[in-house]
Design a binder for this molecule. Structure first.
Ligand code: ARG
Length: 605
């Protein structure tokens, strides 16, 4: 797979003014042209170029085998190596590729021109790390976080919040029109018991905001009564009816309860610096009626023991659209929501970031939306971005000592405490001012929680361990944030300004040392790396890239002097500006990666 770049427009500069060149895409264009030229009868052959190990070159074209097969079906018999050879001769002369070498049964190893790398690197420095060109702008709705009112916002919601926010950041950076949507569970039968309990505990709730301090215990109390007291249960049902008929008193009570939850959620969002717009299930109340009517009209609903259900082809479990008591469900609201998102919001792409436990639910929702004629997958991309469960260090479901689910605020507090311990252990308190120490503490605490989530393949279950997260070796936030500040400090200690660097490299950077060249090429792979992420919305390859940048930087820095000092006096005798520029470019690319991952960087740490 070539990373969904198939649908991408050509790398025309107007699609992203001053955008970075997506080199991989550029090479695919060149090879497409070569094939068109060499084999005019072949139509729509998908050219795939992949990055390769330095022994072979920089990139590789390996489509000659399949093209040879295709040609045979068209009555032309050429072996893959012959095909590759013809293609190579037809690659138009260009400023990007240097040597094109035939290898093995029919590979073409591609080496980039040094002049191209030099020029692109100096553009990277003068223009900054800019979104790549060749991305078609889409309207995207990302449904993420989405906790439930009055219930615990748990670690599953934390994962959704972290992954969803990073997906939004990526798509925003690529230039898409992104709506960050919080589909909170703020409507449904659980409000019956909450409202009945509210009537008893705070009888004048309609006049005065009820001082509910702890909504969790309030929920538990009402649940106990609901399960044990038949009269209470009856009243709870009556409350649901009143709420759904928009009785203003009960609407007030509902709002008061939602407000308490909302304030709690907001604390988490503020701490993690996450922006999201709330549009909960209640938004779809009226639309649900319409949705049911439309489905009824289309004749896709079936009676089942008093319920109205909808089946999707090949899926055994149907959606429950109307319950036997006439009420609506989670399924109904998601059917209403998907229609509203495609039809009214005009979304080209809808992404649901929800745990894998709900994979079946979304598969059915998408299939039913197709049956209903609301979703055409050729026009609208819909997908469930799932993730595994969070485990404790004992590999069992994540719980606190008291075996209750862990409160997120407590978890983040622990992160802050542990981050500070770590910094003090490394004696950072001796070199940083109290303010610098605090910024570092925040960056490390929230950074490590986010990074360890994003660095793992999201489909796996993942073990939540502050010990692991806070390790300062390997692919961890702590290591990378340190590496970043160290790179930034190189220019700072040499007293070099941004402007000086830009000026020095305006005519290009020589990149004479092989380690300089290796690092430069890796930095220029940033555009293709992030575009590739949009194919399947896995974010861990970005973390791997970031880690690779930091290790390749170390390789470079170990052998290439940037600042030469006199051994005895310690005075700076020579500053290599081209290498300072490479440091700068590395830090800039890393900073952009951090930003896409939702990590804050600090100048000193
Ligand atoms: N509130 C749900 C839960 O906590 C998640 C909602 C996800 N979004 C959606 N459109 N169903 O499980």
């Amino acid at each position: 797979d070539n990373g969904g770049q198939r649908s991408a427009k050509k790398c025309k500069p107007e699609s992203a003014p001053n955008g970075m060149v997506n080199i991989l895409l550029k090479l695919e264009e060149l090879f497409s042209l070569a094939i068109e030229q060499a084999f005019p009868n072949v139509k729509g052959f998908q050219v795939v170029v992949v990055p390769t190990t330095p022994n072979f070159g920089d990139y590789q074209f390996n489509g000659a085998m399949s093209l040879s097969k295709l040609l045979r079906t068209m009555g032309k018999s050429l072996n893959p190596r012959e095909v590759a050879s013809v293609i190579r001769e037809n690659v138009p002369s260009n400023s990007v590729t240097d040597t094109l070498e035939l290898a093995g049964p029919g590979y073409i190893n591609i080496k980039l021109k040094a002049s191209f790398v030099q020029e692109q690197l100096s553009l990277l420095l003068t223009r900054g790390v800019r979104p790549p060109c060749g991305v078609e702008k889409k309207r995207v709705i990302v449904d993420f976080s989405s906790p439930n009112i009055a219930k615990e916002m748990h670690v599953g919601h934390l994962r959704s919040t972290i992954i969803g926010d990073s997906i939004c950041k990526l798509l925003e950076f690529l230039g898409h029109d992104v709506v960050r949507m919080n589909h909170v569970g703020d409507w449904g039968t659980q409000f019956g018991m909450l409202l009945a309990h509210l009537e008893d505990r705070f009888p004048n709730f309609a006049e005065e905001t009820p001082p509910i301090g702890d909504l969790q215990s309030f929920y538990k109390e009402s649940k106990i009564r609901f399960d044990s007291d038949a009269d209470f249960k009856k009243r709870a049902y009556a409350c649901v009816v009143k709420l759904q008929s928009h009785d203003p008193v009960y609407i007030k009570g509902w709002q008061a309860i939602c407000d308490v939850s909302r304030r709690e959620f907001q604390k988490i969002y503020d701490r993690l610096d996450i922006k999201i717009k709330e549009r909960g299930e209640s938004f779809y109340q009226d639309l649900m009626k319409k949705t049911v009517a439309l489905l009824e009209e289309t004749g896709v609903l079936k009676e089942d023991d008093g319920r109205k259900v909808m089946f999707a082809p090949g899926i055994a479990v149907p959606l429950t659209i109307v319950k036997s008591d006439g009420g609506y469900t989670y399924d109904t609201s998601d059917m209403a929501a998907i229609r509203q998102r495609i039809h009214d919001e005009k979304a080209d792409w809808v992404i649901y970031v929800v745990d894998l436990g709900q994979a079946g639910h979304f598969e059915t929702i998408f299939a039913c939306a197709e049956v209903a004629g609301w979703l055409d997958r050729k026009k609208t991309r819909v997908e469930h971005v799932g993730f595994g469960v969070v485990l404790g260090e004992d590999k069992k479901k994540f719980k606190s000592r008291s075996s209750e689910t862990v409160r997120l605020v407590d978890l983040l507090d622990e992160g802050l405490r542990r981050a500070k311990e770590k910094l003090i252990e490394k004696e950072r308190d001796k070199v940083l001012t109290p303010e610098e120490l605090e910024s570092a503490q925040n960056a490390v605490a929230y950074g490590c929680v986010k990074y360890s989530d994003l660095a793992h393949n999201r489909n796996g279950d993942y073990v939540f361990s502050f010990d692991k997260m806070l390790e300062d070796k390997g692919n961890t936030a702590v290591y990378l944030l340190y590496a970043y500040t160290r790179i930034r400090s190189i220019a700072r200690t040499a007293n070099i300004t941004d402007e000086q660097i830009k000026k020095a490299v305006a005519d290009g950077i020589p990149l004479g040392h092989e380690k300089e060249m290796k690092l430069a090429k890796l930095l220029l792979r940033f555009p293709e790396t992030i575009v590739r992420l949009t194919v399947d919305l896995f974010l861990h390859p970005l973390c791997e890239y970031l880690y690779e940048v930091s290790t390749v930087f170390t390789e470079f820095y170990d052998v290439c002097y940037c600042v030469e000092k006199d051994r005895t006096t310690g005075q700076i005798v020579h500053i290599n500006m081209d290498r300072m520029a490479l440091c700068e470019a590395t830090a800039n690319v890393m900073a952009q990666c951090f930003s896409l991952l939702g990590l804050k960087t600090v100048q000193k740490m």
